[in-house]
Design a protein around this ligand. Structure first.
Ligand SMILES: Nc1ncnc2c1ncn2[C@@H]1O[C@H](COP(=O)(O)OP(=O)(O)OP(=O)(O)O)[C@@H](O)[C@H]1O
Ligand SMILES: [Mg+2]
Length: 365
């Protein structure tokens, strides 16, 4: 048995149709046909969605995804249309809601791995391959691979394991053209993210992306990066200075939760098919929350300041060095018209004016 320990009841919002309750996110469709994706504070381990939430997790994951999306736009378009909370929705959706393009999702978890861990390591021990890709002998838990590899998995239902499959299986199901595009895009986005993380002293060992197609307006279709990206829930992040192949790595993920649930202290037998996992003690919740905050702050270099639930807006004093609007105009090249200035990407302008990354700004309504 597995799945939700307590099935969440979706919030009813006039004008929104509830589509799906995922492990972490609730999906709705708005009247314009857009997807409204609301990240909750739910957390899962051992294929169970636990009965205890990690406060602010939904906001942290959403803000981190936005930060990454902004750094990947030249490689692949993404699904985000806005971060505005739909009219009539609870104020505490602020900061954890993404209004997205509704895509025709591809049923493949597009995993890129640069290091050996998790299900990749298990397969390597069995056959010296990962998703059928032959690897050199002598690799250990946490070893760096000769080059990043694409290791797709078929998406499972809540409570089921995703299934690693060879690239050829993806090509058979989705066609060679789509499979090639998924592999290329996954590896290139992973490469970019790995570089960014490395600059911040973090190894991005592996990560999972989800993609969908949308019509390109010219009778064709284009691939769009969807879901969450490069969060501790979808990725293995390791502090580089503590990396040591040959043992399990220190990680910015749910290790505290897994360790607790596997320990006698929890009183839970992981192998028992019948009994759902128990609630998490306060200390485990707090330590897990601190890990998510630390991952966000270390990667983005920003301080996470969360709005109190229900406040719906984020107002902070302008940091030292941020430019007021007039200063920004003066900085423009001589002869540059106001019109030209405003053709600069609005998010760049906003960032320069306020000193805050757009991803951290939640506009008051
Ligand atoms: N732009 C989009 N259009 C349609 N569906 C999307 C889009 N972006 C994400 N999704 C889907 O929304 C759901 C998000 O739910 P959630 O993150 O809770 O994931 P899950 O698949 O249940 O679990 P996990 O992330 O652990 O695999 C996923 O099923 C994902 O495929
Ligand atoms: Mg997901």
């Amino acid at each position: 048995m597995s799945g939700f320990v307590e099935k969440p009841v979706p919030v009813q919002v006039p004008g929104l149709i509830h589509l799906h309750t995922g492990k972490v996110r609730d999906l709705y469709r708005d009247e314009e046909g857009r997807l409204v994706m609301v990240a909750s504070d739910r957390t899962s381990a051992f294929d169970w969605v636990l009965p205890t939430e990690i406060p602010d997790k939904g906001r942290i994951l959403t803000q981190l995804s936005l930060w990454w999306f902004d750094r990947l736009t030249d490689l692949v378009p993404n699904h985000v249309l806005s971060t505005e909370v739909p009219v009539g929705a609870p104020a505490d959706w602020a900061g954890r809601t993404l209004v997205c393009r509704s895509l025709d999702m591809l049923p493949v978890e597009c995993v890129a791995r640069g290091y050996l861990a998790g299900s990749g390591l298990e397969e390597y021990h069995r056959s010296r391959t990962v998703c059928g890709i032959a690897l050199p002998p002598g690799l250990e838990d946490g070893s760096e691979l000769p080059a990043p590899i694409f290791t797709p998995a078929l998406k499972a239902e809540v409570g089921e394991h995703d299934e690693n499959v060879p690239y050829e299986e993806v090509a058979r199901r989705l066609g060679a053209e789509t499979a090639t595009l998924l592999r290329q895009t996954t590896v290139s986005v992973y490469g970019r993210a790995q570089e960014i993380a490395r600059d911040r002293g973090i190894i991005l060992a592996d990560t999972k992306f989800e993609f969908g197609y949308e019509p390109d307006g010219e009778g064709g279709r284009r691939l769009v990066l969807a879901d969450e990206v490069l969060t501790p829930d979808s990725s293995r992040f390791w502090p580089a200075d503590e990396w040591q192949p040959g043992r399990a790595q220190v990680s910015y993920d749910k290790q505290f939760i897994r360790d607790y649930l596997s320990s006698p202290a929890s009183g839970w037998d992981r192998r028992s098919e019948e009994v759902p996992p128990p609630a998490l003690p306060e200390e485990i919740v707090e330590r897990s929350r601190a890990k998510y905050v630390e991952a966000y702050e270390r990667l983005t270099g920003l301080r996470l300041e969360l709005t109190p639930a229900g406040a719906g807006a984020c107002s902070r004093p302008r940091p030292a060095g941020a430019l007021p609007v007039q200063a920004l105009l003066v900085q423009a090249r001589p002869g540059m018209t106001k019109g030209a200035l405003f053709r600069v990407r609005p998010s760049v302008l906003l960032e320069r004016m306020t000193g805050f990354e757009p991803a951290t700004l939640t506009l008051a309504r």
